[in-house]
Ligand binder design. Structure first.
Ligand code: HEC
Length: 292
């Protein structure tokens, strides 16, 4: 049930007349319809299949999956397709020898997850909630709960038995998934990859950036678009003084009120060292600007 007050019929009719008179669509027409469920499956950026949710369910039977949802921080139940079996059906078993699954989400979030994780642990492509009518979750953001629509698909992991996955929180749980691209990370995102002979701290920082930052941020145009580009045309290391950059990454809310960027889930005790590595990576990329 919607919490919005219901406009009276008379008000609706008057608004419709006014809209017609003004030559635009009647009220309600501007409400975007729920996006049709369709997923694009790609290999190195080239689409190999485009499947509706019905097509997907015809390939692999949905299962009821109970997980500890890392955003809501409680158990939720979904109907989902075992992802490894689904990828077998779409790509054939060759996908298992690839490097990464690169996800694209409707909100321009772009996480990459190593193929090995899908072989060693159990992931599902959830298509609906089994315990609620709406396919959404209530996600805590800046101290408040925001209802987040998950359509068309949400990647969830068995983490009630699997303590390793449980300990990694929301890493690898993209929602609003519209495309899955199979391929090697540096081939898919060449402009954010440092040179092979970069210093050790730069390479460590790159690995941490891929996990914790790249889903939302691009470097030279490669990566997520949910947050700002961090390298081109001006690197964030050029306009943020180093101590403030470090402090922002550690805890954005200590710098700006109600930031949209969450406090990164870095292991406590290693936070400062990992942030130093990430800033070393960002400084190295500032010397390797490439137009997106
Ligand atoms: C869930 C998405 C998300 C993740 C993950 C994320 N950020 Fe952000 N980041 C944002 C958004 C959105 C902004 C824009 C400012 C705001 O509203 O918070 C931002 C802003 C920034 C800024 C300031 C840029 C500017 O010009 O003001 C820096 C620097 C930054 N992020 C670095 C990082 C680093 C480094 C990581 C990884 C440790 C990271 N972010 C992870 C979403 C994210």
């Amino acid at each position: 049930m919607s919490a919005l007050p219901r406009p009276s019929l008379r008000a609706l009719a008057l608004a419709a007349l006014a809209a017609l008179a003004a030559g635009c669509d009647p009220p309600g027409a501007e409400v975007a319809p729920a996006p049709a469920c369709a997923l694009s499956f790609q290999r190195r950026g080239v689409e190999v299949a485009r499947l509706s949710c019905a097509d997907l369910e015809a390939k692999v039977a949905a299962q009821r999956v109970r997980v500890h949802d890392p955003y809501e921080d409680r158990e939720l139940v979904f109907d989902g397709l075992p992802l490894a079996a689904l990828l077998d059906a779409v790509y054939g078993p060759e996908w298992r020898a690839e490097g990464e699954l690169n996800f694209t989400c409707r909100d321009e979030y772009r996480p990459s997850v190593a193929v090995g994780r899908f072989l060693e642990h159990q992931a599902f492509l959830a298509l609906r909630r089994a315990d609620a009518p709406a396919f959404s979750i209530d996600k805590p953001e800046s101290g408040a709960l925001r209802a987040v629509d998950l359509t068309p698909a949400y990647v969830v992991w068995e983490n009630l038995e699997d303590a390793e996955i449980r300990s990694q929180g929301d890493y690898g749980w993209p929602y609003q998934v519209v495309a899955i691209d199979l391929g090697d990370f540096s081939e898919r995102f060449p402009r954010m990859t440092p040179p092979a002979d970069a210093a050790a701290d730069v390479m460590r920082g790159f690995q941490a950036f891929r996990v914790h930052c790249m889903p939302c941020h691009a470097i030279n145009g490669d990566g997520g678009q949910l947050g700002p580009e961090l390298n081109f045309p001006v690197s964030v290391t050029e306009y943020f003084a180093e101590p403030w950059l470090h402090r922002w990454i550690d805890d954005p809310a200590s710098v700006r009120r109600s930031p949209r960027m969450p406090r990164p889930a870095l292991p406590e005790g290693e936070r400062a060292a990992i942030i130093d590595d990430i800033t070393a990576y960002l400084r190295a990329m500032a010397r390797r600007k490439q137009a997106p």
